[in-house]
Design a protein around this ligand. Structure first.
Ligand code: FES
Length: 112
């Protein structure tokens, strides 16, 4: 389902927005003018990426990523693949990534 996010100009590079949709929270972010959307819930132990205690980061050499501040898991935003395991865990799931499109200056996320 296409969900309106905001005017494209309202989401500059390096920024993110929280979107409430169907009772869930999603993060829509702009990473170097590429937009990504994902649920604000880490696949490891369900911590919010944007939670006050955890924070959210988009840094990993050469990749667009999000890092969960709870135990350090890192996910590739282009595929959702887990690329750094959480501390003390041998595995975690991948992070579903949803398409965001710019339609004449308006951002829409394709969310479930
Ligand atoms: S809850 Fe995200 S790394 Fe553990």
């Amino acid at each position: 389902m296409q969900v309106f996010v905001c005017q494209t100009s309202q989401l500059p590079s390096g920024q993110h927005k929280i979107l409430n949709h169907n009772g869930r929270k999603y993060v829509v972010c702009n990473f170097n003018s590429i937009f990504y959307a994902f649920e604000d819930k880490c696949p490891h132990l369900k911590a919010r990426f944007t939670g006050r205690a955890f924070g959210m980061f988009f840094s990993h050499p050469g990749q667009d990523t999000v890092k969960c501040g709870a135990h350090g898991a890192v996910y590739d935003l282009t595929s959702g693949a887990n690329i750094v395991l959480p501390k003390g865990s041998a595995r975690t799931g991948n992070l579903p990534i949803y398409t965001v499109t710019d339609q004449s200056g308006q951002l829409y996320a394709d969310l479930p």
